[in-house]
Design a protein around this ligand. Sequence first.
Ligand SMILES: [Zn+2]
Ligand SMILES: [Zn+2]
Ligand SMILES: [Zn+2]
Length: 113
Amino acid sequence: MGVPTVYGAVLDAATRCIHFHSERDIVAIKFACCRRYYPCFQCHDETVRREPTPHTTRRWPHVQWSELAILCGACQRQLSIFEYHRVDRCPHCSAEFNPGCRLHAHLYFDEPQ
Ligand SMILES: [Zn+2]
Ligand SMILES: [Zn+2]
Ligand SMILES: [Zn+2]
């Protein structure tokens, strides 16, 4: 399985972007609407707005949380959304994830009802 392309205003190989680029901002998220990886929702929205046919952002419904939709920028391996919610560091390479990302989780994932 190859490393997926990360779109948007990416700054480095660890998927930091112009919006989020602290030491621990190392995950990219695949969007349910276009199945593309972006470092953050702002990267997604800005890219989509410039496209000839913009689309509406869609979050992952809970029934699809087994989808591999998280890319660890440190080791380039993918996690499912379930896995990502269970850990605070990458299960493959132990790189720490930014706990602040949880504040934005509702922008990407529909919480279970
Ligand atoms: Zn999209
Ligand atoms: Zn961004
Ligand atoms: Zn990793």
